[in-house]
Design a protein around this ligand. Structure first.
Ligand SMILES: [Zn+2]
Length: 69
């Protein structure tokens, strides 16, 4: 009981649903008791890099506008 309580729910990709059991009751597929993978660090890095790039481009655009005045 304590073991199953500590165990996280398993995700069945075939059914697209969370299952309490090690084996999906709907499709019978063996499930890994793993949480879905976290957001990869390189994705966060990409978002941060994109924000910094766009921010820099905005600064460049403002400087360009000021230079034309
Ligand atoms: Zn299933």
């Amino acid at each position: 009981m304590a073991d199953s309580a500590a165990r996280a729910q398993a995700w069945c990709e075939a059914c697209g649903a969370w299952r309490e059991e090690d084996e999906c009751p709907s499709c019978g597929q063996l499930l890994l008791d793993e949480e879905p993978p976290p957001i990869p660090w390189h994705f966060k890095f990409l978002v941060v890099a994109t924000v910094l790039y766009l921010g820099w481009r905005a600064v460049q655009g403002i400087l360009w506008l000021v230079g034309r005045l």
